[in-house]
Write a protein that binds this ligand. Structure first.
Ligand code: 5GP
Length: 190
């Protein structure tokens, strides 16, 4: 997606450890016009699969996944990274390692919002090691639902996540794919 790639080139900050900071338009201040066009692009890809729901993970996935759900006219379900007093006791869960925090967290979803045989797609902001997406796949499998496809706003193709997801044999659609990132260079797969 040319507009997204140009935005990353202009505003992305490359941090040590292969982390890209895009908080000026994706996950702190949010460019909702861009999110709308991202949602339209994902919806065009996923629409023929006829998903019942869009899943994402709090909080950075909510904007692009929400616009995708709006375009597809289906509910958005936000999976939780933290439990609280109001969390449903009846939930699916899996431990996931956070790439940016270097810690494990429990990814959960209430059993009310993911039912057997439901057809879902997963949309997230970044793909790095693939742990979040594999966790979502695990949860969807626990629920005996079906993961039809995965939409990623920014894929860091130089990290192992893409390879792990390809092994699942589920379509992965990434809007920007970074092939190489260093202090001096930022390259994309066309
Ligand atoms: P993975 O599970 O694929 O290793 O990482 C995916 C999650 O880590 C995404 O949901 C995203 O929130 C976060 N993440 C991974 N890499 C980056 C990055 O370079 N920049 C930012 N801002 N978040 C990242």
């Amino acid at each position: 997606m040319t507009e997204l790639i140009e935005k990353i080139k202009r505003e992305g900050q490359r941090l040590p450890g292969g982390i890209l900071k895009v908080d000026s338009f994706l996950n702190h201040q949010v460019d909702m016009g861009l999110m709308k066009r991202i949602g339209e692009s994902f919806a065009e890809f996923f629409s023929p699969m006829k998903p019942d729901k869009v899943l994402t993970i709090e909080s950075s996935g909510i904007a692009p996944a929400g616009m995708t759900a709006l375009c597809l006219k289906v509910p958005l379900v936000v999976m939780k990274k933290q439990n609280s007093a109001i969390s449903d006791a009846e939930r699916f869960g899996v431990n996931v390692r956070s790439f940016t925090k270097g810690l494990d967290y429990e990814l959960t979803i209430s059993k009310k919002y993911l039912a057997k045989d439901e057809r879902v797609v997963f949309v997230d902001d970044f793909l790095a090691m693939g742990e979040a997406a594999l966790g979502v796949h695990d949860i969807v499998t626990q629920a005996e639902a079906e993961l039809l496809g995965i939409g990623i706003v920014i894929e860091k193709s130089f990290q192992p996540g893409r390879g792990k997801l390809d092994a699942l044999n589920i379509p992965v659609y990434s809007l920007a794919r970074i092939s190489h990132m260093s202090e001096t260079a930022l390259e994309f797969i066309e």
